[in-house]
Design a protein. Sequence first.
Length: 142
Amino acid sequence: MFADAAIYWLTTVRADGRPHVTPLIAVWRDGAVHICTGPDEQKARNLSANANVAVIPGTNVWSGLDVIVEGTAIRVTDDDELTELAAAWEAKYGGEWHFDVGDGVFRHDAGDAHVFAVAPRKPSPTTATIPAGRRATASDCP
């Protein structure tokens, strides 16, 4: 469920302690959600001061399972890993989201992007009842 979402909501913390929430696209790979951002965007500035984040898939329904990934955003700079992630982004979102890779960043017509991996500290589905009437458990996470 988490990996299949089209849009995600990223919550970061500004340097002055205020929250910052923004929608973005992401991919799930190797036990972590991967996000990207331009180095001068607010979320990048926030991550440089405080790497603790929450990532939530963008669903707006009353029933189902809500999954929140809370963790630390770790910058991915290995070009081989970035190349695999770039392929995952394009496979999920299409050619509009094609990234070249070089010098530890994604390269795109709009500029460079830093990539971060957020591995869950612990699986954290909410206690919402899923349609079958079963309570969510850690095994319901990706």
